[in-house]
Design a protein around this ligand. Structure first.
Ligand code: FAD
Length: 310
C-alpha cells in the first residue's frame, strides 16, 4: 500500500505529492488528466513569484517538479469510488474506473472543479479569446474595455462589481426575473455608474470577428425581443461544479458538492484529506490550491506519525 495516495494532479495534487515525497513517504498520484484546469488556461499572471506564464508551460513545470521525486504517477486513470477502512486505522481503498484498486494509509482528494458552461453558440469557439470564467484571473486583460457577465447570483454580481472598477462598462445578464445575489451586493451593483443590468434575459449567442469576441446577444424573455451589445469580453459566472460525484456517501460534502474540510485539510473521514477547488476553501485559484495541497500533505504526514506502531 501507499503511505499517501493523492487523487487528482492539478496544482493541489502535485504540491501534495512533492511534499509527501520529500518526507520519504511511499507516494502515489492517480489522475485523469495531468495538470488539471491549467491545461485550459492561457495567460497566468497571478502565481506569486512567476510574473507571467501560460497554462501548458505551467503544467510542464508541474511535471518536471514532480519527476524530481520518487512518486508513482498513474495518469489517465479515473477514480470511481472511495472505500473507507474496514476498521479505524486500516487502509483506505480507491477503486479505479478501469476496475483496479489502490490502497493507502492516507488519501488526499484533489480532483478540482469545472466551470459550468452557458452552452450557447460562440462560447466554446471564443473560449480564451474573450470568453472567460475567472474575473480574478482575467479581469485586468479587459482594462478599459467593455465586458458582460452572465449570471446574477453572488459570483456573477461580485464579478460585475469587481470588473466595474477595471473595465469601461459591464453588462450583467440574468436569466431569472430577479438577481439572486445578496441584497447588499445588488445594492452596491446598482449604485455603479458603468453597469447595465438585464434580468429575465436569456443569452442566445456570443459573437466574434477576427478570432475574438465582439458582442453578445440576448432575448428579453418578457417581450421575446432580441438585443445585441458590442463588447470585448464575456465572463460566464453560472457556477463552479466540484468533481466529487465519486465521493458521495463517503465523505461529507457541502450543499454544492464541495468536500468539507477543516483548517488542516482534514475531511470527515479520518486519514482522508482534501485540497484545492474540490473543497470548501474560499477562492479557487492556483496559488491557493497549491498552498492547500502542501497543507493537506503535511497534515496527512502528521496523521501517519501518530498512528500506533503496528
Ligand atoms: P484542478 O486543476 O481542477 O485539477 C484536478 C485534477 O483532478 C485534474 O488533473 C483532473 O483530471 C483530476 N480528476 C478529476 N476527477 C478525477 C477522478 N475522479 N479521478 C482521478 N482524477 C480526477 N487560477 C489562477 O490562479 N490564475 C489564473 O490565471 C487562472 N486562470 C484560469 C483559467 C481557466 C480557463 C480555468 C478553467 C481556471 C483558471 N484558474 C486560474 C483556476 C485554477 O486553474 C484552479 O483554481 C486550479 O487549477 C485548481 O487546482 P486543483 O488542483 O484544485 O484542481
Amino acid at each position: 500500500p501507499y503511505d499517501m495516495l493523492i487523487v487528482g494532479a492539478g496544482p493541489a495534487g502535485v504540491a501534495a505529492a512533492v511534499y509527501a515525497a520529500r518526507k520519504g513517504l511511499r507516494t502515489g498520484l492517480v489522475t485523469e488528466r495531468f495538470g488539471g484546469q491549467v491545461n485550459d488556461t492561457l495567460a497566468i499572471e497571478n502565481y506569486i513569484g512567476v510574473p507571467q506564464t501560460d497554462g501548458p508551460r505551467y503544467a510542464s513545470a508541474l511535471q518536471a517538479h514532480l519527476r524530481a521525486y520518487d512518486v508513482d504517477l498513474m495518469n489517465l486513470q479515473r477514480a470511481g469510488q472511495l472505500v473507507a477502512p474496514a476498521q479505524p486505522g486500516g487502509l483506505t481503498t480507491v477503486q479505479l474506473a478501469n476496475g483496479g484498486a489502490l490502497k493507502a494509509r492516507t488519501v488526499i482528494l484533489s480532483t478540482g472543479a469545472r466551470w459550468r458552461n452557458v452552452n450557447v453558440p460562440g462560447e466554446a469557439e471564443y473560449r480564451n479569446k474573450g470568453v472567460t470564467y475567472c474575473p480574478h484571473c482575467d479581469g485586468p486583460l479587459f482594462k478599459g474595455k467593455r465586458t458582460a457577465v452572465i449570471g446574477g447570483g453572488n459570483s456573477g454580481v461580485e464579478a460585475a462589481i469587481d470588473l466595474a472598477g477595471i473595465v469601461a462598462h459591464v453588462t450583467l445578464i440574468e436569466f431569472a426575473e430577479q438577481l439572486k445575489a445578496d441584497a447588499v451586493l445588488v445594492d452596491r451593483l446598482k449604485s455603479l455608474p458603468n453597469v447595465s443590468i438585464h434580468t429575465n434575459a436569456q443569452t442566445t449567442c456570443i459573437t466574434g470577428a477576427g478570432g475574438k469576441v465582439d458582442g453578445i446577444r440576448f432575448r428579453d424573455r418578457a417581450t421575446g425581443l432580441e438585443h445585441g451589445v458590442e463588447l470585448d469580453g464575456v465572463f460566464v459566472q453560472i457556477g463552479l461544479v466540484p468533481n466529487t460525484d465519486w465521493l458521495k456517501g463517503q465523505v461529507a460534502l457541502s450543499p454544492s458538492g464541495e468536500v468539507v474540510i477543516d483548517a488542516r485539510g482534514q475531511t470527515s473521514l479520518p486519514g482522508v484529506f482534501a485540497a484545492g477547488d474540490c473543497t470548501t476553501v474560499p477562492y479557487k485559484q492556483i496559488v491557493i490550491a497549491a498552498g492547500d495541497g502542501a497543507k493537506a500533505a503535511l497534515s496527512a504526514f502528521e496523521h501517519l506519525i501518530r498512528m500506533p506502531v503496528a
